[in-house]
Design a binder for this molecule. Structure first.
Ligand code: ADP
Ligand code: MG
Length: 591
């Protein structure tokens, strides 16, 4: 027998295992979800690679996951026929932390300590392979990659800082392909090996895994067996009619046996009729697919027909995840004919400014071996993107029209910035984005208004939508620029978020009304009285020259203005210059 070689875990792994065991002890059952999700990933990888390398599937085994449990000995085995691991991959994947789920976990754990979040929530994160030690004293991973001739066994124990790897030599244990995990449960956790418990956990946590999951279950079949009539009984009756054929008696018996039972629903949820899917099912699908633990704010399930056919479910999350975690959003999962292709896009399928939206898209019109180049060039993808964006805006509009006002407030607080970014990046959708924007205004205390509300409140003679950018609501309220507008009872938008002004400047107009910055020098409120202006110029012209002389280069110009009513003077930006707010932004280099 080849000797087994001993390896030390990377230091972070030991720490992570410690953390997992200590923070998830009340939520141990997540181990099964994690291991099934790894099996499903491994099957996805195999199926995807086999599109271009069909020989990977030469060992004709079905793509599935099988879970067998032995409750007497407290052993669970989870077998998948996926991509497996080579010896190097075993070391890389199960001895070091380079993986997304685990990194997320560490982050969540840190945040939760700061914010005092219920540590049960952490159980909802993908904590990965090491969660198997929540319930196991010992774990073995026997795995065969199609890239290798040999099968290897990784073996590790709870609370150890090393593991071993050896070659699998037992012919009974050789796999055609894939991975078998064997969990030797801790004494107190042997209950997890109860087949019914396993079945319930699969149903709860892994119902949307797109490969069949079989569990090994005891079954009973009722059979009718013939039994001879009890001779004592017939004797009692005495005189039997010899002409009547002797009736055979039958008895029902239950025969017990063990067999694989399909335990999950394998039809992808997006293929079902939206009418038949409940909100709870969408939410559960969302949580599982995107590693979320809070239900989404909204979802949209649709099929498009015509030029390009595809099905999709899109979700708006309830809150924004930490920016750092968002570097790779992996928000849209593309399937072609139900085969998972990729979630690693760069704006080809979905615009980056909508990166907070999550969803699945399944198309029959793309080739299975769709490459990045194809994605970039494809007319089909362009059409899909357009439709997805429209559906997204419909969905957001739906939130804004919901009876429950808090929903949109929540949405805006979390994702308003993204829509403002959309004003800058996506000119073709200004019409869809603008009604979704919200701003503070001179007519509202502290709540936000929409542009539609603004337009509704416009005075009959008012032609423009007025705004002022400022660094706070207080300074916006106190600016002398407001005076004349307040007098006329014109509403003024207060752009206090640095992105507001840029968004507005990109929109240029809304419902044919131009956005006008009330701090710019040529503000015209449509009330010119030329006679009076002449008079004033005569009287104060010299004064302007004198002030300009005194201030020199500090100002570009000193002018008489009709825009103030009580303040003696105001500093304004030149017509073509940056507004004071933009200057502040440039200085702070927030752009
Ligand atoms: P994650 O799934 O977030 O990558 P895990 O800790 O769950 O992190 O798994 C670590 C890595 O181990 C996976 O990325 C994968 O490469 C490998 N792995 C785990 N389970 C399997 C499996 N059943 N088949 C193939 N590879 C696996
Ligand atoms: Mg995983």
């Amino acid at each position: 027998e080849p000797p087994s070689e001993k390896f030390e875990y990377q230091a972070e792994v030991s720490r992570l295992m410690d953390l997992i065991v200590h923070s998830l002890y009340s939520n141990k059952e997540v181990f099964l979800r994690e291991l099934i999700s790894n099996a499903s990933d491994a099957l996805d990888k195999l199926r995807f690679l086999s599109v271009t390398e069909p020989e990977l599937l030469k060992d004709a085994v079905d793509l599935d996951i099988r879970i067998q449990s032995d409750k007497d000995n407290g052993i669970i085995t989870i077998t998948d026929s996926g991509i497996g691991m080579t010896r190097e991959e075993l070391v890389d994947c199960l001895g070091t932390i380079a993986q997304s789920g685990t990194a997320k976990f560490l982050k969540a754990l840190k945040d939760s300590k700061d914010a005092g979040v219920d540590s049960n929530l952490i159980g909802q994160f993908g904590v990965g392979f090491y969660s198997s030690f929540l319930v196991s004293d010992k774990v073995t991973v026997s795995t065969k990659s199609p890239k290798s001739d040999k099968q290897y066994v990784w073996e590790g124990e709870a609370n150890a800082n090393s593991y071993t790897i050896r070659e699998e030599t037992d012919p009974e244990k050789l796999l055609p392909r894939g991975t078998r995990l064997t969990l030797y449960l801790k004494r107190d956790d042997k209950g997890f090996a109860h087949p019914e418990r396993i079945q319930n956990l699969v149903k709860n946590y892994s119902q949307f895994v797109s490969f069949p999951i079989y569990t090994w279950q005891e079954k009973g079949i009722t059979k009718e067996v013939e039994v001879d009539e009890d001779p004592s009984e017939s004797k009692k009756e005495g005189d039997e009619d010899p002409n009547v054929e002797k009736k055979k008696k039958t008895k029902k018996v239950v025969e017990r046996y063990w067999d694989w039972e399909l335990t999950n629903e394998t039809q992808p949820i997006w293929l079902r009729n939206p009418k038949d899917v409940t909100t709870e099912e969408y939410n559960a699908f969302y949580r599982m697919t995107f590693d979320e633990y809070v239900d989404p704010l909204a979802s949209s399930h649709f099929t498009t027909e015509g030029e390009v056919e595809f099905r999709s479910i899109l979700f708006v999350p309830s809150f924004k995840k930490d920016e750092i975690m968002n570097t790779k959003t992996k928000n849209i999962r593309l399937y072609v004919k139900r085969v998972f292709i990729s979630d690693d896009f760069d704006g080809e399928l979905f615009p980056k400014y909508l990166s907070f939206v999550k969803g699945v898209v399944d198309s029959n019109d793309l080739p299975l071996n769709v490459s990045r180049e194809i994605l970039q060039e494809s007319r089909i993808v362009r059409i899909m993107k357009k439709r997805l964006v429209r559906k997204t805006f419909d969905m957001i509009l739906g939130i804004s029209q919901s009876e429950n006002k808090e929903d949109y407030e929540k949405f805006w607080e979390n994702f308003g910035k993204y829509l403002k970014l959309g004003c800058i990046e996506d000119n073709s959708n200004h019409k869809r984005i603008a009604p979704l924007l919200r701003f503070f205004s001179s007519h509202a205390e502290n709540e936000l208004i929409s542009l539609d509300e603004y337009v509704e409140n416009m005075k009959p003679e008012q032609k423009n939508i007025y705004y002022i950018a400022a660094d706070s609501l207080t300074s916006a309220r106190n600016t002398p620029f407001l005076e004349r507008l307040v007098e006329k009872d014109y509403e003024v938008l207060f752009l206090v978020d640095p992105m507001d002004e840029i968004a507005i400047q990109n929109l240029k107009s809304y419902k044919e009304k131009n956005f006008v910055d009330i701090s710019k020098e040529d503000l015209d409120l449509g009330e010119k009285d030329e006679e009076k202006e002449k008079e004033i110029k005569q009287e104060f012209g010299h004064m302007c020259d004198w002030i300009k002389k005194r201030l020199g280069e500090k100002v570009a110009n000193v002018q008489i203005s009709s825009r103030l009513s009580t303040s003696p003077c105001v500093l304004v930006s030149g017509k073509f210059g940056w507004s004071a707010n933009m200057e502040r932004l440039m200085k702070a280099q927030t752009l």
